[in-house]
Design a protein around this ligand. Structure first.
Ligand code: NDP
Length: 447
């Protein structure tokens, strides 16, 4: 089996030489899915995984825009339309200077499995730009978003490809993007998710990814007859996912002691309560300041410049910032300090070495494609509401989100539990996500 996986990966590396993140994401899937394919007559010999790793379409384009001083800038835009076998392409847009083809292909590939796990009819895609929103005025953000959509509009549509937010793309950016789409196409349609409530958005969508990872953690802990209540939680990031993960943890009786941004992390031994979280939301969403300002407001907390929070003792870790933010050394520190559960909020935040440590220690570990699927699932619910031209209540959407997270958890148990009762959630999520897409591809023939 090792040889089979290595032969496959050699081809992946040869075809995608300069794409380390994409190769990393494929490797993780190959290690669990290839043995499964070999054991199933219907998938054997169909080159199904090779077909899945090749995007159906890759679009790149130029975005020229003018800053507030009249200077002209050029950025690169992308949309990766990875797989549409089970529904329109669906996945976020990321605006960050590190964005490149490798990162977006890894995200689009993960999205295919994640969307399949939600049980909703959504294919996988991802897009974005190397544009850096930090330090830009609202007017500059608006001009950039408008020019981005002035090209992207021709490749998307409510039945074709439905983008959403990701790092650097929140409700402000979705508003500007939607405005330009509506103007050019002269139609009001559910072409983007994460919209404002008064123009087609869904209740709970802003909260969904963060809430979802906590619901998933609660599902995992239940298998050990345990719960979030009374636990110490370490969170990284302080953006959309981190903020609402913190909110749900606090609501369920856990104590959040860390949050971070790309400049470092803060440790608050007394816990970040709802009032402090409100301050963080204002700081990050309105003032757009840096996380070290937290210690000026709450001097009992400490700021650790340039560090990640994984050396602090905690029961549960929720990495919610970015890919590869938690390495093997961090994983060892977490385990040594008593961590029993990791539920990933970001996409691929744990390196392969970190995942190996978690599995070796046999602690609960959920990969992002399972645990952070609540965001895209609620985007799927937003699409349904747009099609129905109807809005569900907050309670209705939250209940559906909880049901979806429980059903994803159940799928992971189905394919990931070994004879001893230990659940490999990576294996479970990869195989469960694979089956639905592979079956649809087989039914539709070689295209
Ligand atoms: P935001 O832009 O709202 O927040 C991102 C946070 O991560 C910020 O605190 C940011 O700090 C920090 N961060 C970004 N890059 C780095 C870095 N290189 N090193 C350290 N910290 C960094 O994004 P989201 O909260 O929406 O997304 C966070 C993660 O969750 C991403 O991996 C995303 O793909 C994933 N995700 C998001 C979903 C959603 O619904 N939004 C759905 C599923 C997954 P700073 O401000 O300093 O840059």
């Amino acid at each position: 089996m090792k040889e089979k996986i290595e032969t496959f990966m050699a081809e992946v590396r040869a075809r995608n030489t300069y794409e380390p993140e994409f190769i990393q994401a494929v490797q993780e899937v190959a290690e669990t899915v290839i043995p499964f394919i070999s054991s199933q007559e219907i998938y054997n010999g169909k080159n199904i995984l090779l077909r899945m790793i090749e995007p159906e379409r890759v679009i790149t384009f130029r975005i020229s825009w003018v800053d507030d001083h009249g200077e002209i800038h050029v950025n690169r835009g992308y949309r990766i339309q990875m797989n549409s076998a089970i529904g329109p392409y669906k996945g976020g847009l990321r605006f960050h200077p590190t964005v490149n083809l490798s990162i977006l292909k890894f995200l689009a590939f993960e999205q295919v499995f994640k969307n399949s796990l939600t049980t909703l009819p959504m294919g996988g895609g991802k897009g974005g730009s190397d544009f850096d929103p930090k330090g830009k005025s609202d007017a500059e953000i608006m001009r950039f978003c408008h020019n981005f959509m002035a090209e992207l509009y021709r490749h998307i549509g409510s039945n074709t490809d439905v983008p959403a937010g990701d790092i650097g793309v929140g409700s402000r950016e979705i508003g500007f993007l939607f405005g330009m789409y509506r103007k050019i196409r002269n139609e009001f349609t559910g072409v983007l998710t994460g919209k404002g409530l008064s123009w087609g958005g869904s209740l709970i969508r802003p909260e969904a990814t963060g809430y979802g990872i906590v619901y998933f953690a609660e599902n995992m802990l239940t298998t050990k007859k345990d719960s979030i209540k009374g636990k110490i939680i370490s969170i990284s990031g302080s953006g959309n996912v981190a903020q609402y993960a913190a909110e749900k943890v606090i609501q369920l009786g856990g104590k959040v002691v860390t949050i971070s941004d790309s400049s470092g992390y803060i440790y608050d031994e007394n816990g970040i309560d709802l009032e402090k979280l409100k301050y963080v939301m204002h700081l990050k969403n309105v003032v757009r300041g840096r996380i070290n300002e937290y210690v000026k407001k709450y001097p009992s907390a400490t700021f650790f410049e340039g560090e990640t929070p994984w050396n602090t003792p905690c029961d549960i870790a929720l990495p919610c910032a970015t890919q590869n933010e938690l390495n093997g050394k961090d994983a060892k520190a977490l385990i040594k300090n008593g961590c029993i559960c990791i539920s990933e909020g970001a996409n691929m935040p744990s390196t392969p070495e970190a995942i190996a440590e978690f599995h070796k220690a046999k602690i609960l570990f959920a990969p992002g494609k399972a645990s952070n699927a609540g965001g895209v699932a609620t985007s799927g619910l937003e699409m349904t509401q747009n099609s129905l031209r109807y809005n569900w209540t907050r309670k209705e959407v939250d209940q559906k989100l909880q049901q979806i997270m429980s059903s994803i958890h159940a799928s992971c148990l189905e394919y990931g539990m070994d004879d001893t009762g230990y659940v490999d959630y990576v294996k479970g999520a990869n195989i469960a996500g694979f089956v639905k897409v592979a079956d649809a591809m087989l039914a539709q023939g070689v295209i």
